[in-house]
Design a protein around this ligand. Structure first.
Ligand code: TXA
Ligand code: MG
Length: 350
């Protein structure tokens, strides 16, 4: 398949280019586009054949449901059979933005989207290119992250090209995504609502609006992963670079000492070692591929860079990645969720 790459400046969007991509969606094609979280791979959510092409292009298991993206809060009404009262408060506060809401689906949502579930995931992204594309298409747009299934989500167009060139009709290149981790997935069919995937909107922010919010136990433990998680996507080993990932957790002075020691042993065994550090700690390491994910004082910088860093280690041909951990609060909860999954819960406490 021929893939067309369309460059766009998010501050100055050419309507003709957006209309071109919107027409590709309308005629059942696949368009990769930026959102504020990660790049998405879009198709007409009401067209079963178009949606099936997403699963093929990504190599995605068909039992993993997709998020439906809208450009206007009023669009929710026809996609769901009931809007819980908490939805209005959440949409008011966090839409457009990195929050996906799970509600009971209406009949216009085909089963391929929901993998047979009675619920549907809906989100209104805030990226101007995403909003313009959805609006000009006049469609609800189904879009998972635009990566090959199992790989870290793409946070710039180069990542999408690496994974999907030749497999999709259009890739819109509008630079890097800001948040860098996927949206928070919140099930509001239950009371209190449950976080199925931590993301751009934090637990603390949700609690402030809802008063009470639960988290899916599958988020915190490998053992729960074997039970059936409510969000089918969470059961797959995900966000994984080719390299093996090991997380080293504990007081920072101890962590650096242990990482240096492990790195040396691995090198002696002929392995190429990567170290995922931070601005505060990168100078503590030596003799390895060292990448700083960002600033510990500003965890959003680490969120923004994490997937890019994991992909970069692969490019450098690293065999093992030794990763520092961050605190489990705020956006740190989402960072650690993705890191834990990339590591297959391979964590060493020092
Ligand atoms: O930030 C994002 O959410 C990005 C951008 C492109 O919007 N999209 C994204 O989609 O991350 P995807 O398909 O990679 O992840 C969707 C997650 C999966 O874990 C899936 O299992 C879950 O949402 N999900 C979708 N529909 C669901 C449903 N009805 N019930 C429970 N979980 C659902
Ligand atoms: Mg994904």
């Amino acid at each position: 398949m021929k893939t067309e790459i369309i460059k766009l400046n998010p501050d100055n969007i050419y309507t003709e280019k957006i209309d071109y991509a919107a027409n590709v969606l309308k005629s059942g094609g696949l368009v990769a586009f930026p959102t504020e979280t990660v790049y998405g791979l879009g198709a007409d959510a009401t067209n079963e054949n178009a949606v099936k092409k997403i699963f093929t292009a990504k190599g995605r298991p068909s039992d993993n449901p997709l998020i439906v993206h809208i450009s206007n809060k009023n669009d929710v009404e026809r996609l769901v059979s009931r809007i819980p009262s908490s939805a209005f408060r959440l949409m008011d506060k966090f839409w457009p933005g990195p929050l996906t809401l799970i509600m009971e689906k209406s009949r216009i949502i085909p089963h391929v989207i929901t993998a047979g579930l009675s619920t549907v995931a809906i989100r209104m992204p805030s990226h101007p290119v995403a909003l313009a594309l959805i609006e000009r298409s006049g469609l609800p747009v189904a879009a998972p992250s635009a990566n090959t299934s199992g790989k870290p989500s793409p946070t710039n167009a180069k990542h999408v090209i690496d994974d999907l060139y030749g497999k999709v009709d259009v890739i819109i290149d509008a630079g890097s995504c800001g948040v860098g981790l996927e949206s928070t997935v919140l099930d509001i069919t239950t009371e209190p609502p449950v976080i199925l995937r931590p993301g751009g909107v934090t637990y603390e922010q949700l609690k402030e609006v809802l008063g009470s919010v639960d988290t899916d136990p599958a988020l915190f433990s490998k053992d729960f992963m074997n039970a059936t998680p409510k969000s089918p996507g969470m059961k797959y080993k995900h966000y994984s670079p080719k390299a093996e990932v090991i997380i080293i957790k504990g007081k920072s002075e101890k962590v650096a000492g242990r990482i240096n020691k492990m790195a040396e042993e691995l090198r002696l065994n002929g392995l190429k070692v990567g170290i995922l550090a931070t601005e505060q700690t990168k100078a503590l390491y030596r003799d390895a591929e060292i990448i700083s994910a960002g600033d510990r004082e500003h965890l959003e910088t680490i969120a923004s860079n994490l997937f890019k860093a994991l992909r970069e280690f692969d490019k450098r041909g690293v065999d093992v990645i030794l990763a520092e951990s961050v605190e489990n609060s705020g956006i740190g909860l989402a960072i650690m969720n993705r890191l834990n999954k990339a590591a297959g819960y391979n964590i060493i406490e020092v």
